[in-house]
Structure formats: C-alpha cells, structure tokens
Design a protein around this ligand. Structure first.
Ligand code: PDD
Length: 277
C-alpha cells in the first residue's frame, strides 16, 4: 500500500497532515476514486476531466497538471507492485490558520493512496444487495466530488444498521442515486436513470453503462422516476467505480424479481470492457 502527501511518497501510517489543513478542518477539497485493472487505471482521462470540473466548481487551483497527476498514479502503481488496485486522490485548499474564506495564496495540497481493490464476490453480483431509501439531505451541488461526505456517511451507516448494503437517496419521492453509487432501473426493457443535473454525481460507471447499453440496442433514458417505480421495477442496479454493477435484491420491504436479463447482460459487457482496456 502506497501513500503520497503534498510532494512525496510516504508510509501509509506516517502522520503527515498538519493540523491546519483545510481538508480536515473544513472538508475544503475534492477527491476521485479510480479502479486499476491489471495495472491499468480504468477510464483515467474521464476521472481527470471530472477532477478538473470539481476543482473549477470550488475555485480550487490544482497543484499539479493532469499529466503530472497521471504520472503520480503510475509511479504509485509501480511502487505498490499491485495489479488490481484502487487509487484514491484528494486535493484540498492547503494549510492556513483557520478562517472560513479562501487563503490569498494558492497552496493546495494533493494526496493519494494506492490500495488493494476490494473485489465484489460473484455471489453478491448474482444475489444482489438490499438498499434502504432515505431522504436526500445533502446540498444542491452533488455533481462536485466534494470531501464533505458526512450526509453520505450517515446514510450508509443507517443502511448498514438496517441490514442493507447501500442507501438510496430520494428527493420528495424522486429517486436520485445511492450514497456512494448511481442507480438504474429497468422497466419493460428500457433502462432509466436520474438525469445528469447538479443534484447527483455524474458517475463515470454510469456513463460507461449507458454507452454499453446503447451499443447493445438497449434503450436508455435519463429521466426522473419515483420510489414506487423503483419498487415496482423489473430490475434495478447501482453502479460505481468500486462496485461496478451490482443488482438490487430488495428496496426497503419490497423484493425485486430475481430474473435480471438486462442487468446480467450489462454486467458481462462491463467485464469484457475491463478486459479489453
Ligand atoms: N463514490 N454517486 C455518489 C454519491 C458517489 O459517491 C459515487 C462514487 C458515484 C459513482 O461514481 P463513479 O461511477 O464515478 O465511481 C455516484 C466513490 C467510489 C467513493 O466515494 O468511494
């Protein structure tokens, strides 16, 4: 396991973050999670584009160029000697005596870890997971991959406490996304997911899944749908960098059908995509 802080590789357990780092005092920063398959970061350019978008949205200057960040990822991977890994990176507005407004000087801090990927078992992938629906109590700019994850942390804990594996946000009955994933339903052969508006994270996996569906002539619509639509769906699944595609077995008290032709087709297609990259 490899870690990098500001300007150097460090031991994973080394104490490196100064007390006045705005990342932990304010959550003033952004992050990305990238999956590495057989030594190759998956959709790295798309993650870099989203990182730039998040940075611009909070007026944060990246301390390194995208080319330099990509090089750091590759150097981290070389040092880790891992083939199946997960890269976590975050950029904060740096170190300054505590004040809410931005410091005058741009001194943002990049940090990164390279760790072993948690592989989802094929049992979970065939059986599916249970999700708990919760009211979306986050802010209005969820397209920014912000470090402020307290609502997400609390939603996930509530899901776990209730015997579920993921929480699904809804806004007045309109289903948005998971607390760390995007969500799709299938009804009458048509795939639907919440539109890429400011209120959800524009997931890279979500985008890949939409493309895979289109290539297979599965109709995809970005539209809003309700909790009832979710509970009465023919199939439903969540997507994320680390979960990839995981079907839903149960939503609150409602059990979904166990036949999942479209989900299974997309899971296979995703696995093929991973192999060809
Ligand atoms: N989470 N929605 C939210 C709120 C997320 O936090 C994530 C990812 C996604 C899926 O995005 P992508 O397909 O680009 O991973 C959607 C990451 C993995 C995390 O916080 O660990």
């Amino acid at each position: 396991e490899i870690a990098f802080y500001n300007d150097q590789f460090v031991d994973m357990n080394e104490k490196v973050v100064p007390i006045q780092e705005r990342g932990h005092q304010f959550g003033d920063g952004i992050y990305e999670v990238i999956r590495v398959y057989h030594g190759v970061p998956f959709y790295l350019d798309a993650h870099m584009q989203r990182l730039k978008k998040s940075a611009a949205a909070i007026e944060l200057q990246l301390p390194f160029s995208v080319a330099e960040i990509k090089e750091l990822c590759m150097e981290g991977l070389r040092r880790s000697d891992m083939e199946e890994a997960e890269i976590y990176m975050q950029i904060t507005r740096g170190i300054h005596s505590r004040q809410h407004h931005y410091p005058d000087q741009a001194n943002s801090v990049f940090s990164m870890t390279v760790r072993r990927a948690k592989i989802i078992s094929s049992q979970v992938r065939t059986e599916g997971i249970n999700v708990l629906t919760v009211e979306d109590d986050r802010w209005k700019k969820c397209y920014i991959k912000s470090l402020n994850l307290l609502p997400n942390v609390m939603a996930k804990q509530k899901a776990i406490t209730n015997g579920c594996q993921e929480a699904v946000y809804h806004d007045n009955g309109i289903v948005k996304e998971g607390c760390s994933s995007n969500l799709f339903i299938v009804k009458n052969g048509v795939l639907a997911t919440y539109p890429a508006l400011d209120g959800i994270l524009h997931g890279i996996t979500r985008q890949i899944v939409m493309e895979l569906a289109k290539e297979r002539n599965i109709k995809v619509v970005e539209k809003t749908f309700t909790l009832d639509d979710l509970k009465q769906a023919d199939e439903a699944f969540v997507t994320s960098t680390n979960m990839e595609i995981v079907p839903l077995k149960q939503v609150d008290e409602d059990i979904l059908p166990t036949e999942r032709p479209i989900s299974n087709q997309l899971i296979k297609a995703y696995q093929r995509k991973v192999l060809e990259k």
